[in-house]
Design a protein around this ligand. Structure first.
Ligand SMILES: Cc1cc2nc3c(=O)[nH]c(=O)nc-3n(C[C@H](O)[C@H](O)[C@H](O)COP(=O)(O)OP(=O)(O)OC[C@H]3O[C@@H](n4cnc5c(N)ncnc54)[C@H](O)[C@@H]3O)c2cc1C
Length: 447
């Protein structure tokens, strides 16, 4: 076990992991004039995806997503800029042309983050693998999707085995308002469970067309370490389909116990969508965990009747990912419910994506700093993308918890009414107004 006592400043905060979330958290703490130690295991111990010793290394794509306000990812970026995010500052500094997206020169980006952190008099970087959750408080765990094995075991000790997951086998999520409700119907198999599912009925011809597209679609490249065995129930839909033309019609797309109210008949096959949230604004395609490339998911899954114009707020993925069952463990401040001086941030806290990880790091950093200053931790407003993400990961939900990226569907329902495509700029404007007002309340000992 690596102890940190004696190595870190007792008056400050310990951050485990110098990735996107850990670097942002440390920056937010340091700019409030509080000492902070980042403990990063690289280069002594590497993860299967990182290749350098740089802080905030981007392990895959060099794109941080859309930068326009018609998109939640773009609003999230503006929120981060408003709160003085280090990661956004460095992303702008390393920006390369990529249309309406924010893409960066990978090395320049992580060098910039590393050099800002190095120059900060309040931040100390230690290169050690942490094998147990440190005793020091406040402490932020930001060890990412590839958290080392021993630390993951220690987190299990804290959360219980059922509350730490190691793989994402995630089905895509679409917004309810983008479904063609004239082609689908609510109901459960044999009427058990009321109107819990939105059902997309398929004729034999529709099923055959969908099947042919599915089995010939392009899959995303995978890393060697992601070549894991998956449980039968988590098998990618395209792999299952390749077992035979009728496998899906007898499996996840079986129509038994369902009648299409428009025809009074049992359809040939049915795709079921389950609400992800109480407001039923987001729907999960049941059994559709997949490795298809994202553009292929859009193309093939839009062949499902009723989903022709589906808006995907998250695509299906299957990759290694360590994340806690945060609705059972966290508060919207990113503090643990049972130890308010222990916080989680980044992908391990149940958000998904580079900037979502950064955002949760920012919230954890602000709140760890407030704990040191004797101030109450603060909830970021739910009406903003950052606040909504924190609220989403820490709130009870209908099905099993799965990580979430930024999207307008997680905003409160009252905001969603205004969420039609042509109204997105208005939503962005009202969201950013809340952010600007809130930022003023945060200004306490800022640089
Ligand atoms: C293979 C892969 C590809 C991904 N591709 C994308 C993508 O293209 N776009 C996207 O938006 N998101 C992607 N993600 C998801 C996610 O956004 C990134 O993983 C992001 O880097 C998460 O930020 P983080 O700060 O939580 O973790 P990281 O950036 O991974 O930082 C965690 C840090 O903790 C360190 N660490 C781990 N264990 C210990 C320990 N015991 N002691 C000390 N230090 C430790 C690690 O070395 C690492 O530096 C990908 C994830 C994976 C696994």
């Amino acid at each position: 076990m690596v102890g940190v006592a004696g190595l870190v400043d007792d008056r400050g905060v310990v951050v485990v992991g110098g990735g996107l979330a850990g670097s942002e958290a440390a920056w937010q703490i340091a700019r409030r004039n509080i000492p902070v130690s980042i403990i990063e295991m690289r280069p002594g111990v590497m993860t299967p995806a990182h290749t350098t010793s740089d802080l905030a290394e981007l392990v895959c794509s060099n794109s941080l997503g859309s930068d326009g306000f018609r998109n939640a990812a773009g609003v999230l970026k503006e929120e981060l800029r408003t709160y003085g995010s280090l990661i956004m500052r460095c992303a702008e500094g390393a920006r390369i042309p990529a249309g309406s997206a924010l893409a960066v020169e990978r090395q320049r980006f992580s060098h910039l983050v590393s050099s800002y952190i190095k120059r900060s008099p309040n931040i100390h970087v230690l290169r050690e693998e942490i094998t147990d959750i440190p005793q020091h408080r406040p402490c932020i765990i930001a060890s990412g999707p590839l958290t080392s094995h021993s630390l993951a075991q220690s987190v299990t000790g804290l959360t219980g085995e059922d509350n730490l997951y190691f793989y994402d086998a995630v089905a895509p999520i679409v917004t309810m308002e983008s479904c063609d409700l004239s082609r689908v119907f609510w109901g459960s198999r044999y009427g058990r469970g009321g109107n819990d599912y939105l059902n997309c009925p398929m004729t034999k011809e529709e099923y055959d067309r969908f099947y042919d597209a599915l089995v010939s679609a392009k899959t995303a490249p995978r890393h060697e370490f992601e070549d894991m065995k998956v449980f039968e129930a988590c098998m990618p839909i395209e792999t299952l389909a390749k077992r035979g033309r009728e496998t899906l019609a007898y499996g996840p797309l079986r129509p038994v116990g369902l009648k299409d109210p428009r025809t009074g008949e049992r359809p040939y096959a049915v795709v079921q969508l389950r609400p992800e949230d109480m407001a039923r604004s987001l729907l999960n395609l049941v059994g559709f965990q997949t490795r298809l490339a994202w553009d292929e998911q859009r193309r093939v899954f839009r062949m499902i009747p009723g989903l022709e114009k589906a808006e995907f707020v998250r695509y299906g993925v299957m990759h290694r990912n360590t994340f806690i069952n945060s609705p059972e463990i966290l508060l919207p401040t990113m503090q643990c419910q049972h130890d308010e001086n222990l916080l989680f941030a980044g992908q391990i806290s149940g958000v998904e994506g580079y900037l979502e990880s950064t955002a949760s790091g920012l919230v954890a950093g602000v709140n760890a700093a407030r704990l040191v200053l004797g101030l109450s931790p603060i909830r970021f407003p739910k009406e903003t993308i950052i606040g909504a993400l924190c609220y989403y990961v820490s709130t009870e939900r209908t099905g099993a918890f799965q990580p979430m990226n930024a999207n307008f569907g997680i905003l409160p329902k009252s905001d969603m009414k205004r969420r039609k495509k042509d109204n997105r700029l208005a939503i962005a404007a009202s969201t950013l107004k809340v952010v600007h007002d809130f930022e003023k309340t945060l200004r306490y000992r800022l640089d």
